[in-house]
Design a protein around this ligand. Sequence first.
Ligand SMILES: C[S@@+](CC[C@H](N)C(=O)[O-])C[C@H]1O[C@@H](n2cnc3c(N)ncnc32)[C@H](O)[C@@H]1O
Length: 387
Amino acid sequence: MKTISVVIEKYAPPGNGLGFYQGKAVFVPRTVVGDEVLVSPEKEKKRYIIGRLEKVVKPGLKRREVLCPHYAECGGCDLLHLAYSDQLELKKDMLLQVLAGAGIQTGVNMIAAPDEFHYRHRALFRRDAETGGVGFLRRRSHQVVAVPECLVLAPALLALLKELRVSSALPEKMLSCHGLASSSGTFAAAVEVGSCCQALSGILESVTENYGFGDLELAASGFAQVNPAITRLMINDLLKHCADACEVAELYGGSGTFSLPLATIARHLTVYESDSAAAARGRRNATRNSFDNVCFISGRVERKTLPDSLDTLVVDPPRSGLDPLVVEKIVKSKASQLIYISCNPATLARDLARLKELDNGFIFDSLTAYDMYAGTTHLEVMAYLKR
Ligand SMILES: C[S@@+](CC[C@H](N)C(=O)[O-])C[C@H]1O[C@@H](n2cnc3c(N)ncnc32)[C@H](O)[C@@H]1O
């Protein structure tokens, strides 16, 4: 297909540059404002084209040299071509646009990543069934791009990646592998074979992490925060919001990343988690750190009853956000404050609107965004709401 020449005029979420060709909008990932680029149209509709960047003819002022040799193919990162301060600006604008779409006009406190590179402690590695190459998926594709090295992985995950690349003991049908590294440099792995997760011989299944509130067992097959340095900053802010909390419920608690810190403040903490293995780890994590004020309840929170006596709610749902049933439970609870942690601004914005529109609902107060995933368009957000 022929290439077309486009000048990028502005940014368009998520992470695209926007230019025009013969009156049609052209969306091109990995471009900056002012770039003159050659683009291959990948998808052409009546009003717009989605294009693939073929060549930068003249770079825009904010373009920087990309240090990753796999950036053009690998779908893992999408903002490495922007200076770090400009990445933050772009993400802030994207967040404000999404919130404005839900009728929320606010300022955003944006917390930069302490480390722009080698911050990532959790990753899903993919293996090409034919070549056996290990890496990440190509952008908008199921094709595996083998990556011998990676700019954002923590050193311990680079060590795991190396093992996966050279090991002759991987299950033949392994298509992906969850990797998790601790701040102290150990790593764990769980491979997916069909719909099952299994251990790899000679490699740990879980690591011990410590965010300053006791040792925390986290499994490679379960959920863990990607960036421990940012997680520590988030815990700090969460505890500030909860300084006067007494009766607390935490929904979507995983294995206790936020539960152990909350347990240092709360009189009682009830944690809800659907994954029974994660909830069991959470119970062990509370016990081994002598928190006898924490109760983990396993099962979907939609089907549970929240405690009668409650002043504070903390929620950290998956990307899909809160089910309408959960929104209703939250609003009907006795809690007077709600801290909503989100990895998806779109569902957060939707839920903030839903939480407000019910009778005696929660009103948005303030919000902080954390650059948990530098080099990508993703963000972690903590919103504070009151009655
Ligand atoms: C974004 S993670 C947060 C985990 C934890 N807060 C942490 O930081 O480690 C979301 C968690 O919610 C759990 N989950 C997903 N759907 C759920 C539901 N309907 N009810 C309860 N927990 C759920 C997942 O298993 C996962 O552990």
